[in-house]
Design a protein around this ligand. Structure first.
Ligand code: ZN
Length: 385
């Protein structure tokens, strides 16, 4: 893809920047860089890129981190339309850096809300659930949030407002409306409700599913057991929406789309960073690279365990740079990353839990993770011991 036009320059990471691209069918797309709280730390994602699409229905994809509604409104104004002209808001997934301003923006428009059916279940409170969840008083999407309590309290008012919303149109689902310009794909794994959005059979908005430079944190397959109680029935049987293997499966799915649909990729982070565009020119290659990256990460973790380090926290200290372990939740994010890979290796029998609650696991001597992942990508189930 060629570089989009820069309508407004922002910071070197893309904060406050506006870009423009026009599809061959004449649809105008504006990308808006909305600041993100992680900016300035070593887990820096850069801003959340929200996209404003001007065609038969003025559409906003994602709304950015909570507390930035006015910032978003200012950038929308600079594109030549006003916030109240937005007719449809599409949410790629229920993370606070994507739907954080949804309730605020929604109340200033008469727009419809479009999202995956799982999203509507995730934004609701459900205290009747049985089993152990970390944050039972929070909406389902936040039950297992790895971030520390001092971070979570920033989200309380956002969660409350968001829980009162209803999705008008379900997408990425078998009953979605048939439309000429739009196609939606359920691409779970980073979160169970993640979708990717195809516009004019030319531009794919990937949310956090495929990013340049970095790869999103996979969710944990362990979360399925609690969440299945609230998932729509279609998704409550076998786990197809949580965990690293399902994330990789969604990459495989995206790879199978016709190449002509993947001409332009607009991700939700790192579109522009360190004063330059990070364009994904070949989505299939990028998806392959990410799959390979996670297989390598399994290998590295197993190698660390083979030196006698069995504790998840100690493995993460050994694996990650010290700078990634500091800051808001750095340690929690790092451990969560290790755990999502350990889950795959436990499932195929390369690793066995000694003490799950203390986070101690030992290698069994097998190295079947790559074969198990490849098999899951080509078939439908992971090889069990
Ligand atoms: Zn996310």
């Amino acid at each position: 893809m060629t570089e989009p036009e820069i309508v407004k320059h922002g910071k070197e990471n893309g904060d406050g920047m506006i870009i423009r691209y026009q599809t061959r069918k004449g649809t105008d797309i504006f990308g808006l860089g909305i600041p993100n709280v992680y900016s300035g730390t070593d887990w820096d994602l850069g801003p959340t890129w929200c996209y404003l699409i001007l065609n038969e229905c003025t559409t906003l994809i994602d709304t950015g981190r909570h507390g930035n509604a006015e910032f978003l409104e200012t950038l929308v104004d600079l594109t030549g339309i006003t916030i109240d002209e937005i007719e449809r808001i599409i949410i790629t997934h229920g993370h606070e850096d994507h739907d954080g301003n949804l309730a605020d923006i929604f109340s200033r428009t008469s727009s419809q809300l479009w999202a995956h059916p799982i999203y509507e279940k995730m934004i609701a409170y459900n205290t009747a659930v049985s089993g152990v969840v970390k944050n039972p008083a929070f909406p389902v999407s936040c039950w297992h949030c790895p971030m520390p309590p001092e971070f979570n309290k920033n989200c309380l008012s956002y969660q409350k407002k968001r829980s009162q919303l209803q999705v008008d149109v379900f997408i990425g689902h078998r009953e979605e409306p048939q439309m000429e310009r739009w196609d939606f794909f359920h691409t779970p794994g980073h979160t169970p409700d993640s979708i990717s959005i195809l516009l004019d059979k030319e531009v794919l908005f990937t949310g956090d599913h495929v990013l340049p430079d970095i790869t999103p944190h996979p969710s944990r397959s362990a979360y399925f057991e609690n969440s299945r109680q609230v998932l729509p029935l279609d998704y409550a049987g076998q786990n197809r929406v949580y965990g690293l293997t399902n994330y990789l499966k969604s990459l495989q799915m995206i790879k199978s789309l016709p190449p002509e649909w993947l001409r332009v990729i607009f991700p939700a982070h790192r579109l522009f960073y360190k004063n330059k565009f990070n364009l994904i020119h070949d989505l299939r290659q990028r998806a392959d690279d990410i799959i390979q990256f996670h297989i390598q990460r399994c290998r590295d973790i197993l190698n660390i365990m083979n030196t006698g380090i069995y504790n998840v926290s100690e493995i993460s200290v050994e694996y990650f740079e010290p700078s990634l372990l500091k800051g808001i939740g750095g340690k929690f994010l790092a451990e969560n990353e290790i755990l999502s890979h350990l889950e795959v290796m436990v499932e195929c029998g390369d690793v066995k839990w000694e003490d799950f609650y203390d986070g101690i696991a030992k290698p069994t001597g097998f190295h079947r993770y790559e074969q198990a992942i490849r098999k899951y990508l080509s078939n439908d189930h992971i090889e069990v011991r």
